[in-house]
Write a protein that binds this ligand. Structure first.
Ligand code: COA
Length: 293
């Protein structure tokens, strides 16, 4: 039986989160990568929080697919002014390749009507790549870097970067207007509440960077590459101080400054899923967030 799609509600979050975890676990196994450990309660909470947040901010971009009344997948898209981003697209592995993903993507794209900048961070799943490439998006290959930063590579940081807080979200929105053409609004509040934030704000430039407690650089935006570089070094230093690996997940050819830093810090750099853009090319002083793009 083929899937049908309908708008997602908060009641769907448990089933949609389960589909998300199963889909990415299956993808890791198909790619012969070490699957993520079984989610702890805290990780389930984090996964569900993202669904609830986007259902609240973007009910028109939140969709589920059902078969026989059971939720088997979801799409979460966000719209900030005229910027559209796909935060999540998953279908349960037991029913993949039967058209549900295409239906979910098409529904989420209708939500972007009138937008002029569109972004999708793709996994390496061949179906995902086909879906986006055949929906009017341009493909940009990416790499990701992980590992403990080499302390010998960490530069002495000029006092350009300070710790930030939710009080800095207006500044971060100003940066986003410049670098990606639209503010993040409620997403900055969400991220600044959930994880450490670093801020640069001086005559040489403005910018922000979020890093998750586990060391993943969550997203970064700056008015120029020098400021972006200072912020990313601060993230590397944060991971080093915490004795944790750092992860820089999405870097494409426009972000040579970040790729070069990953090599300088002796991170392991590997191919990642591509990023897709429509209506514009990738910003330079920018590392998108998987959840809030
Ligand atoms: C990516 C995903 C959401 C797609 O959903 P799906 O229901 O499996 O995909 P569909 O059946 O709609 O197929 C999508 C396209 O891939 C094609 N396709 C299906 N199986 C394929 C395969 N094994 N290899 C290549 N292409 C395939 C389909 O023909 C379709 O293209 P078309 O509409 O032009 O004919 C789903 O497979 C998934 O959850 N994957 C793991 C998680 C993931 O990577 N999510 C994407 C995050 S960006």
């Amino acid at each position: 039986m083929s899937a049908t799609v309908r708008p997602m509600t908060h009641d769907d979050v448990v089933a949609a989160s389960q589909a998300q975890v199963s889909a990415f676990d299956d993808l890791d196994r198909r790619r012969h990568e070490t699957p993520m450990p079984t989610p702890t309660d805290a990780i389930w909470e984090r996964i569900r929080l993202r669904h609830h947040h986007l259902i609240d901010t973007d009910p028109g971009g939140s969709w589920v697919a059902e078969i026989d009344g059971n939720v088997i997948g979801c799409a979460l898209a966000l719209k900030r002014e005229t910027y559209w981003g796909l935060s999540l697209l998953v279908v349960d592995p037991t029913v993949q390749s039967s058209g549900a993903g295409r239906k979910l993507l098409d529904a989420s794209l209708t939500y972007g009507e009138g937008c002029d900048r569109w972004i999708i961070l793709s996994s390496s799943d061949e179906r995902a790549i086909r879906l986006y490439a055949t929906s009017g998006f341009e493909l940009y290959p990416q790499v990701y870097g992980t590992g403990k930063p080499d302390p010998k590579a960490l530069p002495a940081l000029r006092n350009r970067v300070r710790d930030g807080s939710v009080d800095d979200t207006a500044l971060a929105d100003d940066v986003d207007r410049i670098v990606r053409g639209a503010p993040r609004g409620p997403d900055h509040v969400r991220m600044a509440t959930d994880m450490p934030l670093f801020i640069a704000d001086d005559v040489d430039g403005k910018g922000y960077a979020y890093i998750r407690q586990d060391g993943e650089v969550y997203c970064l935006g700056a008015t120029n590459e020098a400021t972006a570089t200072a912020l990313l070094w601060r993230c590397f230093a944060y991971a080093h101080e915490a004795d944790r690996p750092v992860g820089v997940i999405d870097m494409n050819a426009e972000q040579q400054w970040a790729i070069s830093m990953a090599f300088q810090a002796r991170l392991k750099v590997q191919p990642a899923g591509p990023v897709f853009w429509r209506g514009t090319t990738p910003p330079k002083a920018f590392l998108p967030s998987g959840a809030y793009l």
